[in-house]
Design a protein around this ligand. Structure first.
Ligand SMILES: Nc1ncnc2c1ncn2[C@@H]1O[C@H](COP(=O)(O)OP(=O)(O)OP(=O)(O)O)[C@@H](O)[C@H]1O
Ligand SMILES: [Mg+2]
Length: 259
């Protein structure tokens, strides 16, 4: 591909003590793609998300989003640039309502907006109303409009996963990093999540997806990058990855170790 990538990493590296969790990993994500990042447990997938979102600092390498270097930036700066994220273990405010959880996401972008609206002479009240409307919009999109006033803590896992997606979308990301959005979901919910991810992409949000559910990954991804023990093992379209013996061996090795 000749056009510039939306996200590009070069030789990204992270060690924890003696453990090389991410070893010189380079990859690109192009605008409009659904790209998957897969690999056995402990491959380094979540660590890569943590490096890209400023939660962890890299020991070496580079990561650029739309031409801006991400490494060294604080998480809220990275979010404000347009990089959104959902978490492997849902991180919701259980005491707050579904709507309030989604509004938290919008505030990430809203801070920039707040300054803008103050400069234009409108006040905090209209900003609040805008936040509520934007949050309701994303809740309707993910199918949670009717659950808006319920406490997030009351919801079953399938709906909690959707609140997580709504919160990320409320920040209006240009790139969304999704860490195991189908973990804990049944087959029907997984299919619906796949459909939602497609809609998110069709709405103009580029998606980098970490997921263990292979039917979901193979069904919606255009490109798949496979990691194993921190290293890039293979990359290609779903058909090529499914037929790749190195990939098969990495997953079989995992089963043999009883993971
Ligand atoms: N904060 C940390 N401190 C020390 N070691 C860590 C830390 N985070 C991750 N690791 C280790 O780094 C390796 C990669 O972990 P990571 O969570 O990135 O894997 P993963 O590919 O997301 O796996 P999973 O599919 O199980 O979620 C693992 O060996 C893990 O134990
Ligand atoms: Mg993980």
């Amino acid at each position: 591909m000749t056009e510039a990538a939306l996200l590009e990493t070069r030789n990204l590296r992270k060690e924890f003590g003696g453990l090389e969790a991410v070893k010189d990993v380079s990859f690109a994500v192009h605008e409009g793609q659904i790209k998957a990042l897969i690999g056995p447990n402990g491959a380094g997938k979540t660590t890569i998300f943590n490096l890209l979102t400023g939660v962890l600092s890299a020991q070496a390498g580079a990561a650029e989003f739309a031409g801006v270097s991400l490494l060294g930036l604080a998480p809220h700066r990275i979010a404000a640039l347009g990089v959104g994220r959902t978490f492997q273990t849902t991180l919701l405010f259980d005491e707050m309502t579904v709507l309030e959880n989604a509004m938290v996401g919008h505030h990430l972008r809203g801070r920039v907006g707040l300054l803008g609206s103050a400069l234009r002479g409108s006040g905090v009240i209209s900003e609040q109303r805008g936040t509520r409307e934007a949050a309701m919009e994303v809740l309707a999109w993910v199918g949670l409009a009717e659950a808006a006033t319920r406490s997030a803590g009351e919801l079953p896992i399938g709906q909690r996963k959707l609140v997580e997606v709504a919160r990320a979308l409320a920040a209006q990301p240009r790139l969304l990093l999704m860490d195991e959005p189908a973990a804990g979901l049944n087959m029907r919910e997984t299919e619906q999540m796949g459909e939602l991810i497609r809609q998110i992409r069709d709405a103009g949000v580029t998606v980098l997806l970490v997921e263990h559910d292979m039917s979901l990954v193979m069904g919606i991804s255009e490109q798949i990058l496979v990691l194993d023990r921190g290293e890039r093992l293979a990359e290609g379209p779903p058909e090529a990855i499914q037929a790749d013996e190195r990939v098969l061996a990495a997953y079989l090795g995992e089963e043999a170790e009883g993971c």
